[in-house]
Design a protein around this ligand. Structure first.
Ligand code: PLP
Length: 424
């Protein structure tokens, strides 16, 4: 039944039934966590062999380097080669670092604030910098900006990427608009991937800032759920072709491929940006964990190895996404109370409920023992102006746990949103 069009009596009946269901669920003393997009233990088990793949006496790199020692700031050659293929570029354009791409993003922006970027006019902190944030988006991107005092300007994320009319209008005349966050494939949280036209427009659009950057966080490059991965245009090549060779900085990691706490992270960009970044991080470290890089190279061997491994991930993860979609469809389909994404990959489902209801839905879930990502966290400063977006993270819980959590979530939506309709 479409609740939006239904008469008040029918809505009240619907609400009362949902409320009664919620009260029953509260009595079950559940304790479920649907908050963060972490791999499940079964996914981590897939990489267990990596822990013993490098043995004592077998720690020399392909160029004869003793990988137990200091050095190799840009990463070991065999890892730069493997991850160049992974990121779709050439090894000399890749830095393979420590275990977190997020810390590489922090380094890039913190250094830009203090020292500026190649081609620019010095430290960003002296230029009132602003970064465009497609929303809904990734809370930790927003947290970096907030912490560094970079103003955030939101634009809508559409199924083919950021609203490019809005982006182009923002960057055209204002040199203080310095960058845009992009999660170009299986975006967090919507799962949307950027269309070829969007990639080309981002690469070629005129920008007032001479040092404008695309912060290209390709965290989910191979994280498809079925027949993927979807094709994503080569942003470095597109920028080069458009005459903006230094515009894109790509980030990636194996956090959700191997071990989330012990993966390897990587950054790819133009020769000028790579040189600049190495000079900057040279003050912060002598070299990354090269043994872990060797583990990854030995474990995967090549890109085919990575893709075969990700098929096994998909087998574990896809049924969990299916359980989320099935529950949403069964309980909310046709009601008009919610819309949600059906991603082909990534780690999240983005759910929109009636405006003004998300915080109350999440509160009701918490009262019934189901922890959801806080309302507003997919927006800068934690503030969803519509109070409508909820991020669902299905990877960590089991299918059975997801089914229970979704029973609670959908009942809470039915209760809270139908109440809203009665008050309207
Ligand atoms: N980027 C995106 C879009 C993410 O969703 C996440 C984790 O959820 C990360 C980066 C974190 O990456 P890492 O573990 O490499 O720091």
């Amino acid at each position: 039944m479409n609740l939006i069009k239904a008469n008040p009596d029918a809505v009240r009946k619907y609400h009362d039934a949902a409320q009664a269901r919620m009260e029953k669920l509260r009595g079950r003393n559940l304790s479920l966590d649907m908050t963060r997009g972490k791999p499940s233990p079964e996914q981590l088990d897939l990489s267990e062999a990596m822990l013993t793949i490098v043995q004592p006496g077998d720690t020399t790199g392909e160029d004869g380097t003793d990988l137990r020692n200091y050095g190799g700031l840009a990463g070991i050659p065999e890892a730069r080669r493997l991850f160049a293929e992974y990121l779709g570029t050439t090894p000399e354009r890749v830095i393979v670092g420590g275990n977190s791409s997020l810390s590489m993003m922090w380094d890039v922006l913190a250094n830009a604030m203090m020292f500026g970027m190649p081609g620019g006019d010095g430290p960003w902190r002296d230029q009132n910098p602003k970064i465009i944030c497609p929303v809904p988006g990734y809370d930790r991107h927003f947290a970096i900006c907030e912490r560094l005092g970079i103003e955030m300007i939101t634009v809508e994320l559409t199924p083919s990427g950021p609203d490019m009319d809005a982006v182009q209008a923002l960057v055209k005349d204002d040199p203080s608009v310095k960058a845009i966050w992009c999660v170009p494939k299986y975006s967090n949280p919507s799962g949307d991937s950027y269309a070829k036209e969007t990639v080309e427009a981002l690469a070629s659009m005129p920008t007032a800032a001479k040092d404008f950057r695309l912060l290209w966080d390709n965290a989910y490059a191979v994280h498809h759920l079925g027949n993927g991965p979807v094709a994503l245009s080569d942003i470095i090549k597109a920028c080069e072709t458009a005459g903006n060779p230094d515009r894109a900085i790509i980030f990636g990691s194996t956090s959700k491929i191997t071990l989330a706490g012990a993966g390897v992270a990587m950054l790819a960009s133009s020769p000028a940006n790579i040189k600049d970044h190495l000079e900057k991080i040279n003050f912060a470290m002598i070299g990354p964990d090269k043994i872990n890089q060797l583990r990854h190279v030995r474990f995967f061997k090549n890109m085919d190895g990575i893709l075969a491994h990700m098929k096994k991930h998909a087998e574990i993860v896809a049924p969990k996404f299916a359980a989320v979609d099935e529950a949403l469809e069964r309980n909310l389909g046709g009601t008009g109370l919610a819309t949600w994404t059906r991603p082909d990959g990534g780690y999240f489902v983005s759910l929109d409920v009636l405006d003004g209801c998300a915080a109350a839905v999440i509160k009701r879930c918490a009262e019934a023992g189901v922890k959801m990502t806080p309302a507003g966290s997919t927006y800068p400063y934690g503030k969803d102006p519509y109070d409508r977006n909820i991020r669902i993270a299905p990877t960590l819980p089991s299918v059975d746990e997801i089914k229970i959590a979704m029973t609670v979530l959908t009942a809470a939506i039915e209760e809270v949103c139908s109440k809203k309709l009665l008050q309207a």
